[in-house]
Design a protein around this ligand. Sequence first.
Ligand code: TRP
Ligand code: SF4
Length: 431
Amino acid sequence: MQKNENNDMIVTPWEVEGVIDYAKLIKEFGMQSISDILHDIPEPNWLMRRGIVFGHRDYQRIVNAMKNKTPWAVMSGFMPSGLPHFGHKMTMDEIIWHQQMGGKAFVGIADMESFVVRGFSWEKAKEIGMEYVKTIIALGLKEDAIIYFQSASTIVKDLAFELAAEVNFSELKAIYGFMPETNLAKMFVTSIQAADILHPQLKAFGGPKPVVVPVGADQDPHIRLTRDLASRASIFSFERLKEGVRIRSRKGIEYLQRLSGELDFDKIIYEEHIDVFGDPEEIEENTRKIELELGGKALIPPSSTYHRFISGLTGGKMSSSKPESFISLMDSPEDASSKIIKAVTGGRVTAEEQRELGGEPEKCAVFEFYNFHLVKEDKELREIESECKEGRILCGQCKKRAAEMISNFLKEHQEKMKEAESKLDLYNIVV
Ligand code: TRP
Ligand code: SF4
């Protein structure tokens, strides 16, 4: 790993370092800010309202599907690494919220990824993966979700193979920094992840539909590649024009000719593409229908949302090798409380100073816990924040309250985990 003495921001799927500037991340990665679209989302959840989900790609597509009640899906994946913690919970809550908003939910357990990235045996990946499955069920995932382990899904593996035919080493090197000595499985896992994301659109699952992928910002390179692969693996691809859509075909001009024969819009036919005029949504939808008849997949580029990284309780990053830096959902309520009591805060050196100047919630790992996980009511959160800022509460007391909330949550959650275990056979789990 290269030294990062200036604490520069590094965000890749394999490495997150430095102080994260989310506005800069949006700009550098070319994401959209969630605040641009918030007013249009029916009942946005607390993560969105607070900018914890801070960015997105193409989420308008999902909002439209929610409003028009047309089919759409939510999909995300979890690599078995350690016991489930609040970072997993955040993504799981996002999947569950989207499911409640009407999306078909897909939950992938990335055991192939953990085999190659973590060096886990299949058995170990399965054991930990099943804990994740129980966790998301305990958190409220409804029974019509599709849950699968990558290694057990022939559909995902076959699609991954097809997608891999569209990617070469130079591209992987540019996106992920792979080297000639990078092993083939590690490269292939990027196609597996693309297949995770795209397979809800295959015929077996009802065909093309908008799919939203809630992830941490470090996963954006996968999203960008997958969005591109959606068009590479389809017959037709689209580019929006002012008054319509430019359509190209990667599979030869015969397809364009057949398309232009069937598309009932004004159009200009060029040698390599056709320009079609009218409502772009309608044009694209009609084209996809025709593509399906022609035997193509007509995949829609997936949408995504990006959430902020969770800080470690001990200052710096959360690290699976430092159990005191995070709270596992399997921690005993007592252990969790004592981790919170020991956490770094945004408090002042003395009580006197704190009463005078107030604390700094924006620097406080305990406040982050309230904000991300414990307090869903905005009003209640604002009250905690001003109590802190105005010096009306000291950290000791504030931590005690947080510790109590976490213990209560964990007690209840661990009960639900047991129930989830007995309910597993009500779910469709491909394992
Ligand atoms: N790579 C993701 C991680 O490191 C896990 C993952 C696998 C995933 N497949 C996915 C995430 C599909 C989103 C969508 O945690
Ligand atoms: Fe953090 Fe609470 Fe202390 Fe404020 S009072 S700095 S929120 S622990």
